[in-house]
Design a protein around this ligand. Structure first.
Ligand SMILES: NC(=O)c1ccc[n+]([C@@H]2O[C@H](COP(=O)([O-])OP(=O)(O)OC[C@H]3O[C@@H](n4cnc5c(N)ncnc54)[C@H](O)[C@@H]3O)[C@@H](O)[C@H]2O)c1
Length: 283
């Protein structure tokens, strides 16, 4: 059924490029759709770099077609799955998913790569033609991260979940099925708890960021500590994510958010602003 069908990716940014690389591994076509031509060109350059670094390299890479949004209907009509990777704005995601529902064939699976909005939130109140084909398909960065999380809604068909899990495995992902609707999926929930507690530990003056990172790395034998990681992501992004959890769940401590707000107000956003928990000297 899938042999001649493509995967369409909507949004040729950080994730779109990486997913195009993964989904073209078995020689199948990928449609990469973006209204911004520069983004498409830059994505193609990154895909070529990923391919050059791929070990082992597959026998034959699938063709990548770079398409403007006007060609979405054509792209979706020959695809077994469409994944939206547009920016993390709920209203945009809802609009895009409604559009995909309208133009994609009824059996085409429609997935969202959103990090913080569940597919249940995204499709809530939309007029859908076939509600059993929607799911979240959440991948990670950097590109070598094989983990990918698959999460349906109460209406998603188990066959759709099984097919996506199987195809993910075949294409080099390590899929995990999120059994119930969950803000933050599996890994990000664990990571959110680590960040929250790390922020509390520093805010209460129990340890400096450097001490906290050092003990974390020593015990877990991992290259980066929570404060280093938060600096890389950006403290404004860390705050947005934590605000989203706090809006969903009562009883989360406020101090981590207050601490982040103070750092942000002082211009300490992490690597991108030159300082966060650490100083980056413009590097
Ligand atoms: N960056 C990450 O490491 C990461 C990890 C996991 C999940 N995600 C999720 O993936 C999604 C995309 O993130 P990203 O970092 O790749 O974003 P990005 O900003 O790098 O890229 C988004 C792309 O979408 C395009 N776009 C905007 N509107 C569009 C439309 N209507 N149709 C088609 N394309 C459109 C933009 O031109 C841009 O190229 C987000 O939901 C994010 O939460 C990101």
């Amino acid at each position: 059924m899938l042999r001649n069908k493509a995967v369409t990716l909507l949004g040729a940014g950080t994730q779109g490029a990486r997913l195009a690389f993964m989904w073209s591994k078995l020689g199948r076509r990928v449609h990469l759709v973006d209204p911004n031509e520069k983004q498409l060109d830059s994505a193609y350059t990154r895909i070529e770099t990923f391919r050059r670094g791929s070990d082992p390299s597959p026998h034959k890479w699938g063709e990548i077609r770079l398409l403007d949004s006007k060609e979405l209907e054509k792209a979706a009509s020959s695809s077994w799955m469409v994944v939206e990777c547009v920016p993390e704005k709920l209203e945009l995601k809802r609009k895009v998913v409604q559009g995909l529902n309208d133009v994609a064939p009824q059996e085409t699976i429609i997935a969202s790569n959103s990090s913080s909005y569940t597919i249940t939130e995204i499709i809530n109140g939309l007029e859908l033609r076939n509600g059993s084909r929607f799911l979240s398909l959440h991948s990670y960065w950097p590109p070598e991260t094989a983990a990918i999380e698959v999460m349906g809604t109460a209406d998603t068909s188990p066959d759709v979940i099984a097919l996506v899990m199987e195809q993910c495995k075949l294409h080099g992902f390590q899929p995990f099925h999120v059994q119930r609707t969950s803000t933050g999926y599996i890994y990000n929930r664990i990571w959110a708890a680590i960040k929250r507690e790390a922020l509390l530990t520093v805010a209460e003056g129990v340890a400096s960021p450097a001490e906290l990172d050092a003990i974390f790395k020593e015990v877990l034998k991992t290259p980066k500590g929570p404060c280093e990681q938060m600096d890389i992501v950006g403290l404004d992004v860390v705050l947005d994510i934590e605000e989203h959890y706090a809006a969903e769940r009562e009883g989360l401590p406020q101090l981590p958010r207050e601490f982040l707000k103070k750092m942000i107000a002082e211009g300490n956003l992490g690597v991108k602003s030159g300082s966060g928990f650490y100083s980056y000297d413009g590097k």
